[in-house]
Design a protein around this ligand. Sequence first.
Ligand code: PRP
Ligand code: URA
Length: 213
Amino acid sequence: MYNGNENIVICEHPLIKHKITMLRNKETGTNEFRAIVEEIAMLMGYEALRDLKLQYVDVETPLETASCPVIAGKKPAIVPILRAGLGLVGGLLKLMPAAKIGHIGLYRDEETHEPHEYYCKLPAPIELRKIFVVDPMLATGGSAVAAIDFIKQHGGKDITFMCVIAAPEGVEKLQKAHPDVKIFIGDLDRGLNENAYICPGLGDAGDRIFGTK
Ligand code: PRP
Ligand code: URA
């Protein structure tokens, strides 16, 4: 569907697909749900970090001096969209333990489905970092667009958005508003229902991660 758009990546790894199916199952309880979200974050992070820059440094092996690759370039920042985005942070931190963490608090109005901001704090200087904005769900796209608007207003430039499940409506809105942002998607679903929930989806990601409702 998005063939040819190199800024939109739908992850094809079978482990990611299998784990997302487990999340979709309404019988999957909070404990397991949370653990699987973390595993998916790590697997998706592995895909999303493929283009990290390398530089060569000399290393003394027990036998000789060798020129070996290490990660170079901008330092990372992970920015979860609260609440549900928090579920993805642990998995990404396993890959990037030194990453700084920002937080953007947004909730969707149940009637209008518009995002409302309640908290924002970003690591400074954000403009020098490679930023990963994370949220399990990209539904209408309102929350992702608002979060990235905010990050750009504060100087953020190099931004990747990661979600576990996306609706085509959200991908289109995000792509239109922020064509420079790379979007990593675990699974692309059919679309939104009348309450702007993703179908087939997995329900309310925040409630399932935190055991609320
Ligand atoms: C959910 C989800 C996204 C947003 C997606 O959060 O985690 O942030 O909805 O919907 P959108 O693409 O239509 O904006 P929610 O507002 O339910 O808040 P929560 O994470 O606190 O549960
Ligand atoms: N937010 C969720 O948690 N789930 C959806 O399906 C849509 C928005």
